[in-house]
Design a protein around this ligand. Structure first.
Ligand code: GUN
Ligand code: ZN
Length: 413
């Protein structure tokens, strides 16, 4: 071994766009000592088979990208029976308040990133809590895990228990301090997102300050948008002058090229068009939406607008971290083609998070973020068909290994 250099051989699958994927029954990925992909494609005669690590039928895929997930909610998954706002009050806010304890936060963060890696997720867009110290521990845990992540300290200044609120200026100052420490850290694997929770928990002042901070510091933005009926009603009550929900974020300067809006279910074609025009992205979280009964993401309308569409687990409203689970729900609900299922779980997420020149495909010069996925034993068909069988037969599918930047972060080859 020379550094992280390795030659992997096996069936290979890599997305090109939402409708096309490259698939090679006998493929390879050659990783350089710097952890980047030197070359990938169909096996060639000039490659040395004795130097190759054969996956033994394991599919070579780009590591999954979970574009929207909540670190502090890992232990409150599957709390069934309430609509969004009542679920937040009853289950989420108490769990997040416990992150005032940095040691608890540190332990939880370690478990969270281990579980993400075990699920085959190489990159995630992560909500931490409102606590600056807990968020700092989350970055530490992400660094130690070897995963790639965009992480945000949650901003809230109203509409939640007092222990989770802070004045706008304090939340923004803490976000800026985290950005100085962590933006681009760990060899470029870590990024800081300005993270106003959602409009019902944020004053106009906080939203405007968040937009300004993102612009000034060149940071990504992540928040929630138009997820559920009770939330929409609350937004109409709190922002009576706003023409629609998205306008609340637009006037705060939060809709830019590096903004990701989770859910975005209850939007019309005009709103999707405005998001697309701004270069923003949406993260559909279909397993979460099914769990909370929030509604159905209008994939066809969103797709027609040209907006970038990623996939998120939204744990803990989503019951599983696995992107196979999120992808299965997307498939049942929206009936995308196989290539689109693959795209949403990988390259779509990378593009949404502004990481398309780093991850999301198996292609030269990108980071070697590689997933080896073992399909069910009797899986058949071409590599894309076998991948789809992994999506629908997740319990019989095994994450054999995950590399990020060419380093093993889970399993073994
Ligand atoms: N909207 C605001 N906060 C949250 C959250 O934690 N989970 C979900 N699903 N929606 C939200
Ligand atoms: Zn969420």
């Amino acid at each position: 071994m020379n550094g992280r250099a390795a030659l992997l051989r096996g069936p290979l699958l890599s997305p090109l766009d939402p409708h096309r994927a490259e698939a090679f029954e006998d493929g390879f990925v050659r990783i350089g000592a710097d952890g980047r992909i030197e070359d990938a494609g169909p096996w060639r005669e000039d490659l040395d088979p004795r130097a190759a690590i054969d996956t033994g039928g394991g599919l070579l895929l780009p590591a999954f990208v979970d574009a929207h997930v909540h670190l502090p909610q890992l232990d409150i998954r599957a709390r069934w029976g309430l609509p969004l706002l009542a679920w937040l009050e009853r289950h989420v806010y108490p769990a997040e308040a416990a992150f005032a304890d940095p040691d608890l936060a540190e332990r939880a963060a370690g478990r969270f990133f281990s579980a993400l890696a075990a699920a085959g997720t190489g990159t995630a867009g992560v909500f931490a809590t409102v606590h600056a110290e807990a968020t700092d521990r989350a970055f530490e845990a992400a660094r130690a895990s070897g995963l790639r992540a965009v992480i945000g300290k949650v901003l809230m200044d109203r509409g939640a228990p007092a222990a989770l609120l802070e004045p706008a200026v304090d939340g923004i100052a803490a976000t800026r301090a985290l950005a100085e420490r962590w933006e681009g850290a760990a060899g470029g694997r870590l990024h800081v997102a300005v993270t106003p929770r959602f409009a019902p928990a944020c004053s106009d002042e906080l939203l405007a300050a968040a937009g300004e901070a993102a612009r000034e510091a060149g940071l990504r933005v992540q928040t929630h948008l138009a997820e559920s009926a009770d939330e929409l009603e609350e937004v109409r009550r709190l922002f009576p002058g706003a023409p629609d929900y998205l306008a609340v974020y637009e006037r705060a300067g939060l809709t830019g090229e590096r903004s990701v809006f989770a859910h975005s279910i209850h939007l019309d074609a005009d709103a999707f068009g405005r998001l697309a025009g701004a270069g923003a992205a949406v993260a559909s979280c279909p397993s979460s939406n099914a769990f909370l009964g929030a509604g159905a993401f209008p994939l066809a309308v969103a797709r027609a607008s040209g907006v970038e569409i990623a996939l998120g687990s939204d744990v803990g409203a989503g019951p599983q971290l696995s992107m196979l689970d999120a992808a299965r729900h997307l498939a049942y609900l929206n009936r995308p083609d196989p290539a689109e299922i693959l795209y949403r779980a990988t390259l779509g997420g990378a593009r949404a998070l502004g990481l398309e020149s780093t991850t999301g495909r198996l292609a030269p010069r990108l980071a070697a973020d590689v997933l080896v996925l073992e399909p069910p034993l009797d899986a058949s068909g071409d590599p894309l068909e076998r991948f789809v069988q992994c999506v629908f037969r997740q319990p019989e599918t095994r994450v054999r290994a995950l590399l990020v930047d060419g380093r093993p972060v889970y399993g073994a080859l």
